[in-house]
Design a protein around this ligand. Sequence first.
Ligand SMILES: [Zn+2]
Length: 434
Amino acid sequence: MPKRVLIRGARLVDPGAEFDGVTDVLVEDELVAAVGDGLAAPSGAEVIEGDGLVLAPGLVDLHAHFREPGFEHKETVETGSRAAAAGGYTAVCAMPNTDPVADNLSVILEVRALADKAGLCDVFPAGAITKGLAGEALAEIGEMAEAGVKLFTDDGHSVQSSRVMRLALEYGKAFDIIICQHAQDEGLTEGWQMHEGHYSAMLGLVGYPAEAEEITAAREIALARLTGGRLHLTHLSAAGSVAAVRAGKAKGVRVTADVTPHHLALLDADLVDYDTNLKMNPPLRTEEHRAALRSGLADGTIDVVATDHAPHAPEEKEVEFDQSPTGTTGLETALAVVLTELVEPGLLPLSDAVARLSTVPASILGLEEHGGPVLAGRPANLVVFDPAAAWTVGERGYQSMGRNSAFHGRALHGRVLHSLLRGTFTVRDGEPTR
Ligand SMILES: [Zn+2]
């Protein structure tokens, strides 16, 4: 007998089908079997009463660090996948700055095998742009692209050479892949600890000016125009970068961009307590920059919310601020941060939030099975969440091995209740199923 789940009377928010309304969804084995009002529960079906809940396509993260191979004391593909499922994700693009670096097909295949074994979330490993992330010789991009790798990045580093970026974008155009840049002019950020401005002067910490990102973002957009390649600028933090993306898009340049929940929610002023969980690259910036990121997300200049989930071992973060590695976890809090900071105050409609967290990143990566539309015959990759449920970050621990959440102890609204990967619960009633 097929395995059936009926989700009854939830608000289905499905940007891919331009649908937003209360209806029923029947899942049968791996697929959505029916969508419509007043669906009867077939015998043996599990029924989820969706009154007050939101049903959406499973979330898709363009940017997460799963740390394996090489840094299993921070996170593994299995624990990262579990954190993703807990956050409502059914697909994640894993960053290549592992050890060894994913600059060749064998590391890509290893990460895919680990993800298949965990079976909690579809993992799409990204490849490196350059060998060893050294910024010089191109990685084995063709071999990885032919094996289905869609996104290439040296994230953790920023490719400094315009010549190398031009070559990468030309390759990218030939293979129809995305060249993703962490934009940072390293000549302007030596010894940095936080955003350069009033608070860095007050706290006596070395600054990382917004211009370090803006200069590189503008350069890459110019190179994307020159080459016709597809560029993605990840974790934008600066107003000038948003303006450059907006202008680039207006001229028809093939550029997309993402922003993290922490850059949308937090400020450099929050660093006055020297909390190492707030130390990230790029750094948290000022109200002016945050406002530009929020309006860029709202008007579609910024296409995607991506987590930059960056787990570290507790002992690595429990050090003096200047000794701390950069990064915050993000997979378990992204949806709630977007709901609390943007949707509730009326800055972003819920359907746009789902689009930026699921539909659009799935389409950028060309993931046919993710991001909706939620229609009969489609794979049942779904999330059910309670948009009003209040919780405190960390109160029940974390599924990630990383405890370094920038939102630890904060009150948020929006709780993931169920995640389904091809019709199988990976999270049920807020708890991972395995
Ligand atoms: Zn980065």
